[in-house]
Structures are given as structure tokens and as C-alpha cells.
Design a protein around this ligand. Structure first.
Ligand code: AMP
Length: 132
């Protein structure tokens, strides 16, 4: 059965889309721990990130860097943090976490409330600033 993230890629489940190319896709995490918390995934469905072939893994990091740089430039955090956990969704993904203040909790589980309107606004800001 296709993962929930494959269904997002295929447009079967809605998301706040950030960016996409032939092999990778980025969208806002639905349970953000910071405004602009983004997930970057390979379109190829593989559960464990370190089971990805070298080319796909390297491309994932390169694509994540482009998205992170776009977050840096458009949301102006101090920097963008990276978390890879992968215990909930069996489709490899990188969490990008904008860090706005020195003492901001940067750990999965520290969820914050963000309205749907603000999620859409943030996705618009990042996606409009993104270019390959
Ligand atoms: P983990 O597998 O623990 O690295 O985390 C999976 C992440 O996927 C969690 O932060 C969830 O909030 C996020 N997530 C699960 N379903 C969706 C969805 N439909 N849209 C966006 N993010 C999701």
C-alpha cells in the first residue's frame, strides 16, 4: 500500500506544498514545531533513509539544502535545523525546522498551534521564493 507521503505526492491527500522536482517533493509538516516546519521527501518510496541508494540520498540532501536556503531567505530564521527520525511515517523524510530564537525548542513533539490560514500563507511565502 502506498505511504501517506506517496499519496500526497500523487495529489490524493492535500498538503501545503512548498516545492517539487522530478525526484523530490517538499511540503509543510501538518504538526509543526515551528512556523515553516517542512518535510522533504524522495518521490521514490523507501522507508529508512539509509536504505536509499547513494544517488537518491545525495539528491535528497541537495534538494533539502535548496529548500532550507529558501526558508532562510524568506522567513528569516537564525538558521534552519535538520532532524531525521522517521518512526511515524515509513517513507524517508528530512524535517527542516526554522529556528527563530536561541532558546526555541527544536525537538519533534514540541508542537505549536498554527492556523490553516497561516499554514497556507507560510507555504505561499516559501514556495514563491523557491527556485531550482
Ligand atoms: P517522523 O516519521 O517521526 O519523522 O515524523 C513524521 C512527520 O510527518 C510528523 O511530524 C507528522 O506531523 C508528519 N505528517 C504525518 N502526516 C502528515 C500529512 N498528511 N501532512 C503533513 N505532515 C504529516
Amino acid at each position: 500500500m502506498a505511504s501517506i507521503f506517496t499519496k500526497i505526492i500523487n495529489g490524493e491527500i492535500p498538503c501545503y506544498k512548498i516545492a517539487e522536482n522530478e525526484h523530490y517533493f517538499a511540503f509543510l509538516d501538518i504538526n509543526p514545531i515551528a512556523e515553516g516546519h517542512t518535510l522533504v521527501i524522495p518521490k521514490k518510496e523507501v522507508d529508512y533513509i539509509f536504505d536509499l541508494d547513494e544517488e537518491t540520498l545525495q539528491g535528497l540532501i541537495t534538494f533539502a539544502k535548496k529548500v532550507a536556503r529558501t526558508i532562510d531567505g524568506s522567513l528569516n530564521p537564525i538558521r534552519t535545523g535538520v532532524i531525521v527520525e522517521g518512526l511515524e511515517v515509513p517513507h524517508a523524510h528530512v524535517h527542516l525546522i526554522p529556528i527563530y530564537t536561541e532558546h526555541q525548542p527544536v525537538a519533534l513533539g514540541h508542537k505549536i498551534e498554527v492556523t490553516k490560514e497561516r499554514m497556507a500563507e507560510i507555504a505561499g511565502i516559501i514556495s514563491e521564493a523557491f527556485s531550482e
